[in-house]
Write a protein that binds this ligand. Sequence first.
Ligand code: PRX
Length: 645
Amino acid sequence: MSEKLHPVPAGFEKSARINEQDYHALYERSLTSPAAFWAEQAQRIDWITPFTKVKHTSFDIHNVSIRWFEDGTTNVAMNCIDRHLPHRAHQTAIIWEGDDPALSRHVTYGELHEQVCRFANVLKKHGVKKGDRVTIYLPMIPEAAFAMLACARIGAVHSVVFGGFSPEALAGRIADAASDVVVTADEGLRGGRRVPLKSNVDAALEKVEGVKSVIVVTRTGAEVDMTPGRDYRYEEEAASVHADCPYAEMNAEDPLFILYTSGSTGQPKGVVHTTGGYLVHVALTHEAVFDYRDGEVYWCTADVGWVTGHSYILYGPLANGATTLMFEGVPNYPDVRRFWEVIDKHKVSIFYTAPTAIRALMAAGEEPVKKTSRKSLRLLGSVGEPINPEAWEWYHRVVGEGRCPIVDTWWQTETGGILIAPLPGATALKPGSATRPLFGVFPEIVDAGGNVLTGACEGNLVIADSWPGQARTVFGDHERFAQTYFSAYPGKYFTGDGARRDADGYYWITGRVDDVINVSGHRLGTAEIESALVAHEKVSEAAVVGYPHDLKGQGIYAYVTLMEGAHATEHLRKELVKWVRAEIGPIAAPDVIQFASGLPKTRSGKIMRRILRKIAEGEFGALGDTSTLADPGVVEELVRERPGA
Ligand code: PRX
């Protein structure tokens, strides 16, 4: 791994919000006086009733309980909109850049207020009350932000489902959240292609009961089926309600949103984030990590369907009164210059994207980048998966012309916001390292036995104590929350990631150590893909593993055994790929399917995934001990018949 050091650029050292000395002072204070430190940080947001208690948390497996600022009250939409109105009503809050480069729109804070109020009143008209769950299945249009903030305004809990998920996956999430209102659009538009969102909702609602209203935002104007008494046009509804809506007084620990994410077992879990601590954490990290300055245009390319979109397109930037750019399209439409052209068009200062996009654009060469100016750029960010040093250097040298620091930010759906990342005015960078913990974050590296390792070391990454943005529970299943995150290493939060710490105290995330894979920055559980495969009538058994993939980071490799009488044909292979797309969504489609007569199992029947991973990686020499297998012959067959072997 590259250990090349990129020092803090002189300009940043002098003028950034936080320099090296500040970092150490703040970190020290957060360590020695956490309550005082967080009480100060909590003043970044406005409270309705000030809190008197700061932290009340326990990682004890028998009593996992996480509460921050628990007797304070506030409202997230008030913090993201109303309190900015006296001085920012005419400032752009959201720049929307359409899939079609000819389309863009500026939404000021004043307009945002009206739009969110109207959306909130529409939800109220449809019976939505404090605590109710609203499922949002929208493309990247401003109405997605309006709908989320409208929920926050009235105290409803949003559950945003990524528009790339299938009707089947959507149905599961609607059912788990027991949502009775769904917000969608007629269609989405990405890379010139239409996504049939409304008809996906119709298909989902054939599988789940209890949805009373579907609110349909017009995006493309396509004809869609409207079920009378259930489906409503948003524009008509919005015109019929008042343009003002008071915000609800929410307790700091009232839920703000649920977001479904994949784990190593079972179906995706509804991770629950609450109000006060979450907003403090995302506001602090958005300002500190991106060194955000008033008036700058900030662009995070994530989709609002993922946590990055929640925390760093919407809540963090708007809490800070920023101008945040929301992009409907994809990096290579109409061509591979798109990102850089959008940066020039809107004078973007801070650009935050995923390694998978950088690798794909890097493959298209330097020429398309160099045809654009990018002189507005000041800072670059990376998130979602480890960034390989080659991609880092290209991003730094070609996109940022050597002048823009790169903040490689490590965090998770469960952490709410960034936990480990450089601060551009404080931290010398090493390509591929997320560098150092932010204030109030206490990472440790442990070995398999749970022993805390010191100095330079490698092992599993845990966090020793709570931080305000931490997830509080799994919706409807607190026991699953406790078991998933607090059972492996008692008293500590287990991230599921492996990490190395070097002699300078820098962290290098090495990837997941559980059965979660990261495909193009999207998190998928192998168990989910396996259960989709075995739901097919011809499949008897399936085992899915990740393998290194040049562009996607990891690819999906599925081993499949068939039912008696079914034949392993090319046709069936294609059918199974299509099947998984329909069950979960295109992001879960296997890259490789290997048919097998059996899977390697121990005598007690446990699938030996270690061996399957090695075969998928093509490392036949490193299969290790296969003598404990019930049938060692299975492994020889898998190696012999590996596609491309
Ligand atoms: O494995 C880590 C990887 O993404 C996982 C979290 O995925 P998700 O909950 O979908 O959230 C993604 C956006 C925060 C982590 O467990 N990951 C995320 N950021 C990085 C990363 N791996 C290495 N470096 C990162 N900067």
